[in-house]
Design a protein around this ligand. Structure first.
Ligand code: S3P
Length: 166
């Protein structure tokens, strides 16, 4: 199979769904955030605080390009679609899944999680603006869209497997 990339906003379930999908398809799973932490030796919060978001985005694009193109599942960071070069890279791929989740559901899921610098100030207006600006970018980048609302992880994985191309 060609590698499957999962895109979507923070809290859409990319990490847990990627792990379940990888088990189901018996392929390794990668997470761009984890690869960034591994290669820089710093947490995401630290990179944002000491090097800035622009540096984070630079590393994120490099990490994306280095992911295996076959036999893998790749969960991406919610902001990966912000860079045009990442969108162009992903649009060439056969299996890019946008996990659509309503903003109200996302807010519930990420409440109390302080590992995401862009949601840390508890600023819901900023989160909403970011969410709305990214929706069209996820849609133009992905070729499969799955609405995750009210669905269990195994049900979402079933749907993805049904719709994936080889
Ligand atoms: C970000 C999402 C995060 C992480 C970083 C920035 C974003 O990943 O890459 O905090 O800009 O939406 P998750 O989507 O896995 O939370």
């Amino acid at each position: 199979m060609e590698t499957m990339y999962l895109v979507g906003f923070m809290g859409a379930g990319k990490t847990s769904i990627s792990q379940e999908l990888a088990k189901r398809l018996s392929v390794p799973v990668y997470d761009t955030d984890k690869e960034i932490v591994k290669s820089s030796g710093k947490s995401i919060n630290e990179i944002f605080a000491t090097d800035g978001e622009a540096k984070f985005r630079e590393i994120e694009s490099e990490v994306l390009q280095k992911m295996p193109s076959e036999e893998a599942i790749v969960a991406t960071g919610g902001g990966i679609v912000g860079a045009e070069r990442n969108r162009l890279f992903l649009r060439e791929k056969a299996n890019v899944v946008f996990l659509y989740t309503e903003l109200s559901e996302i807010i519930k899921r990420v409440e109390g999680d302080d590992s995401r610098p862009l949601l840390q100030k508890g600023n819901l207006d900023a989160a909403e603006t970011l969410y709305r600006s990214r929706l069209p970018l996820y849609r133009e980048t992905a070729n499969i869209e799955i609405d995750t609302s009210g669905k269990s992880i195994p049900a979402i994985v079933d749907e993805i497997v049904e719709r994936m191309k080889n």
